[in-house]
Design a protein around this ligand. Sequence first.
Ligand SMILES: [Zn+2]
Length: 360
Amino acid sequence: MLGLVKLPQVFTINQVPKVFHEDSIHSGYRHPRSSATDCILSLFQLTNETLNIWTHFLPTWYFLWEVVAVVLVQTAWHDSFIWPLVIFLTTCCIYPLASSCAHTFSSMSARARHICFFFDYAALSFYSLGSAIVYSAYVFPDKWANGLFHQCYVPIAVLNTVICTGMACYSRLGLPFLHYNHDVVQRFSENQNPKFGKYLRVVAFAYPYFFDHIPLFYRVFMCEGEGCTDNDTNMLHITHITLALLTGFLFATHLPERLAPGSFDYIGHSHQLFHVCGILGTHFQMKAVKQDMVTRRPWLLAHSVPITFSNSVGAALLCVVVNVTILTLFSLPLLSAPNCEGKKHDKGAKKASSRACVCS
Ligand SMILES: [Zn+2]
């Protein structure tokens, strides 16, 4: 039966347009005009994206199982104290799902690739808000509970998602309507300035991460004396922080493939390790917040900021609306741009187009 299905051909870096190139990855590229069916079939053949897809697709189901268990077992709709956990777990399902879809369909065209990763960035941004909501509810140290910073924390985190998504999308092609044209797109395109785009994306995701973790860093590393919430959960938080830093390191450095270009094209390159460390980090983060939620519940209910619709579900819904608006703004010019890709490339060499068109 499997013999009847012809798996798509894979290509080397010199056979695909520059926009598809990955740093220090020389082979295993899919056709740059793959059909949706070919993209799905590529899940079952070894390309340089296969493990990127599976390392986020499988964990999606793990986190989905977690959220369903919380909703059904703890009957979350009756207990507003659990809403932040449900929101956080939902964001933990959405970001790996968006990522695995982005990696699956990113080889359909250059435009599809940009739009796919816009969604990926927005999902990561939403996950950072989920982290902020759950930290505000269960993780803030006793000393800071209900203080001015605590009261402003979730609204600032919502604002950060706008900055994060906007900056990450900007890093690919510049500003929609202003920079997406044949003349100036070169200045912003990844084709022309990959380093600038990469730096901008690192900042776009590091900034909300560090903001969200201010209360946790203070609690775990700096606080002394009374009110520091120095409990058993801190070890889980430290494990998560260590994995998160490793995740950022892998994303920024492209190790190990940078040390031996072409040797990790299919298995073991930094993006796969980045996915695995990120998911492990999220797993420990989930364990930690759940433990804080259970052990600190009586104290938090008596002393902390009350959990309301506006600082939990409302903030998440606002984030979704704003991020969908940003995605639409960045994606519309790509969808309405003239199709300069034309006919499907030949099966052999697919030289990078030198045209400065968004869909080159
Ligand atoms: Zn990825």
